[in-house]
Design a protein around this ligand. Structure first.
Ligand SMILES: *Cc1c(COP(=O)(O)O)cnc(C)c1O
Length: 329
């Protein structure tokens, strides 16, 4: 008889119970963000749209939820040594801020071309920033080296049980507040938000159709879900900088496969039009990546006619000058 342990047995998949435990850990720390509605959006789509405004979350994106949960779960010794994270921005800010709130030192590995506002915010939250070139250097290797040299715990932006569980709390709050949904749309990069959201939606609104939305230029999640195995693509060129992932995670993908109906895509032009819609009609600033799910609804990529539709607005961290250029362009 074989005594070997399969990799699947060693790494446990995140469950809805984990999302509930995360919700308790972040309670009173993360904002319970508002759910916004818009008559204009409803008229335009023929549906009833509920926007979960994570652009108003602490640190400006849902990433605070997963980051805070993952840090809270560390041993006292690991907390004392500190954590290291790599990210195109919002995870970095979230880890720096969540670390500061819990008295845990943080080192953040960020791409040299990350938005200036994200670099500044990360440093402002007390994170030590290490820069790398996202087109030529391997951030995973840099992260591993730093974690070995300094005894830091690496917390990845999506491929981590506690991160996925934390991200799932936004959809949990949304459905608890507005009731069952026909459709849930979540912005998708590496799939942490989507996997977590899917756990909550399947538990609280079992008949809900669950879709991830990613940039047209980088449809790796769509290819992966449709083919049944993780497809890797070159780093996509898109204004959705939080979804420039080349492949979904080994821990997010099995959850997506089990619970997500499909992945939809939207163009950069549709993201810009959605940013404009949010500013003009709903008076909120949403970053390009944060517009993915809403763009699918507003542009008919996800048919919403007669449906109750949950939309996670994932983040609002966009440099004002960059925003002005998008809107002028
Ligand atoms: C990170 C991020 C995403 C993508 O989240 P994943 O968990 O990697 O799929 C979407 N929107 C914003 C604003 C983000 O910061």
């Amino acid at each position: 008889m074989s005594a070997s342990i399969s990799p699947a047995a060693e790494s446990r998949l995140t469950t809805y119970e984990d999302v509930c435990a995360a919700a308790q850990r972040i309670e009173g720390v993360a904002h319970r963000t508002p759910v916004l509605t818009s008559r204009t959006a409803d008229a335009r789509t023929g549906g009833r749209l509920f926007f979960k405004a994570e652009n108003l979350q602490r640190s400006g994106a849902f990433k605070f939820r997963g980051a805070y949960n993952a840090i809270a779960r560390l041993s006292p010794e690991a907390k004392r040594r500190g954590v290291v994270a790599f990210s195109s921005g919002n995870h970095a800010q979230a880890i720096a801020y969540a670390g500061q709130l819990q008295g845990v030192p943080t080192v953040i590995i960020m791409p040299r071309d990350a938005a200036a506002i994200k670099l500044a915010a990360t440093k402002g939250y007390g994170g030590e920033v290490v820069l790398y070139d996202r087109y030529t250097e391997d951030r995973d290797a840099i992260g591993r080296r730093l974690s070995e040299e300094r005894g830091l715990t690496l917390i990845p932006p999506y491929d981590h049980e506690d991160v996925i569980a934390g991200q799932g709390t936004a959809a949990k709050e949304l459905i608890e507040e507005v009731g069952p949904l026909d459709i849930l749309l979540a912005c998708t990069g590496g799939g942490g938000l989507l996997a977590g959201s899917a756990l909550s939606a399947r538990a609280l609104s079992p008949a809900c159709r669950i879709y991830g939305v990613e940039p047209e230029a980088g449809n790796d999640a769509q290819q992966s879900l449709r083919s049944g195995s993780i497809v890797k693509i070159p780093v996509p060129s898109t204004i959705a900088d939080g979804a420039q992932t080349a492949y979904v995670g080994a821990k997010t993908f099995p959850v997506m496969r089990a619970l997500v109906d499909d992945i939809l895509t939207v163009s950069d032009a549709q993201l810009v039009e959605t940013m404009r819609f949010f500013i003009e009609r709903m008076k909120i600033v949403v970053e390009p990546t944060g517009c993915l799910a809403a763009a699918a609804a507003l542009h008919g990529v996800a048919p919403c006619e007669g449906k109750r539709v949950g939309i996670i607005i994932s983040g609002g961290n966009v440099d004002p000058l960059a925003l002005a250029k998008f809107l002028a362009g």
